[in-house]
Every structure is written in C-alpha cells, then in structure tokens.
Design a protein around this ligand. Structure first.
Ligand code: GAR
Length: 225
C-alpha cells in the first residue's frame, strides 16, 4: 500500500449495524489508517444501509434471491477496490469459492471467545453453559464456520443474574473496540498470518488476568512461586 493511502474496507452487514458504526466512526478520524468504502447487505431494509448512507458511504442491497449471490458480492467488492472485507453481523455462511477469492483478507467479529460457542446465539449458549468468562473475537475467515485464525479477543465476566441480553450488551462494548483495533493493526502492516497463528508486531507485555466471579475479600491462596 502506498504511504498515506488508507486501507479500503468493504463491510458485509445484515442487521443493526453497531459494529459497522464503530468502523465508520473510526474512519472519521483522519489519523485512522482505514475507511469504509462500501457496505453491502442482503437485507433490503437493514439499518446498516441507512447508517452507511448517513455517513456518505456507498451502500447497496444485494438481492439474495437470484443465484450467484456471492459472485455478485465479490464483483462489487473488487469494483470498489476494497483491500479488506469485514463481516459485521452478516448472517450468512461464506461459500469456499468466496473465501478463496479473498483469502487472508476477510475478517469477522463473533460474540464469544472462539473456539467456544461458534454459530448462532453465542451469548445465549454462554449463559446456558454457565461459563464465568465470555467475550468476543475478531478472526480471519477460513472455510469453516467461525474457525479461522484468531486476531484479537476481549474477555468480559458473566455476572450472576445475567441473561442473554445483558451479556450481549457487555460483550458488544468490547466488539466496538476490538474490531476497529484489528483493522488498524492490519492497515499498519503489523499482522502476519502463519498457519493458525496470527503474529502482531509490537504486541507484548503481560495483560492482567482476572478471576470470575470476583470474590471480594476472599483470598485466592494460589501459589505464586
Ligand atoms: C454482533 O454481536 C456480532 O458479533 C454478531 O452479530 C451482532 C451484530 O450486531 N455476529 C455473529 O453472531 C456472527 N456469527 P451489529 O449488527 O450491531 O454489529
């Protein structure tokens, strides 16, 4: 990519569009190294299309009725000169031909700590499974469902009394942070894919772990040496 050129994103989004909005908002900052160039939706009345148009970004409904949906989507993405495809609540499984066409250039955001809870209703599955820590994942898309190499994850606690809705809200706050961050890392040329491992230049140090649920004054009695 030539210096100063921003990475061009094609966003595939079927629904509410809050992750799309996070990418649009990030792109409004001149110093952010990427911009949304095109939004495509398979739902004619999707909020995503409205959000894109309000931001002055090209937005198109792609009719899922006729055959060859993903061929048509691929053509639009190429015509728009997009460098990276971002799925943001796009509720369709991408066929292998499409994944190969954009190999290593398609990202997805998923509301769980993959590989736990792939597929639909990830937050509901986390609540029902009784896990104490949930979260979200930005990953490269491969030919499986939510199986591609993990780029970034954020963890949140599952609190007593959480239901699907309250957990989803807590996770969503972090989705809106890690998706623009993942795109930034790629745009800055700091991401290298090696098999299933994603290396991020400059990542390091020790993040803080946490015990969930927090138990106030109860000592953990763990050995530190
Ligand atoms: C987000 O929570 C996203 O992680 C999820 O759909 C929601 C879309 O919200 N995606 C998946 O479950 C994909 N398997 P949004 O339209 O407000 O961005």
């Amino acid at each position: 990519m030539s210096p100063g050129r921003r990475l061009r994103l094609a966003v595939l989004a079927s629904g509410r569009g809050s992750n799309l909005q996070a990418l649009l908002d990030a792109g409004k900052e001149r110093s952010y190294p990427a911009e949304v160039a095109l939004v495509l939706s398979d739902k004619v009345d999707a909020a995503t299309l409205r959000r894109a148009r309000e931001a002055g970004v090209a937005a198109e409904w792609i009719d899922p009725g006729p055959p060859g949906l993903f061929g048509r989507i691929g053509e639009r993405i190429e015509k728009a000169g997009a460098d990276l495809v971002c799925c943001a609540g796009f509720m369709r499984i991408l066929p292998p031909e499409f994944v190969r066409r954009f190999a290593g250039r398609i990202l997805n955001i998923h509301p769980s700590l993959l590989p736990s809870f792939p597929g639909l209703h990830a937050q509901r599955k986390a609540v029902r499974a009784g896990v104490r820590i949930a979260g979200c994942t930005v990953h490269f898309i491969d030919e499986g469902v939510d199986t591609g190499p993990v780029l970034l994850q954020a963890a949140v606690p599952v609190l007593a009394g959480d239901d699907e809705e309250s957990l989803s809200e807590r996770i969503l706050l972090y989705e809106h942070q890690i998706y623009p961050l993942a795109v930034r890392l790629i745009a800055e040329g700091r991401v290298r894919l090696e098999g299933r491992r994603v290396h991020i230049e400059g990542a390091g140090g020790e993040g803080a772990g946490f015990i969930s649920p927090p138990l106030g004054g109860v000592p953990a009695h763990g050995k530190t040496s």
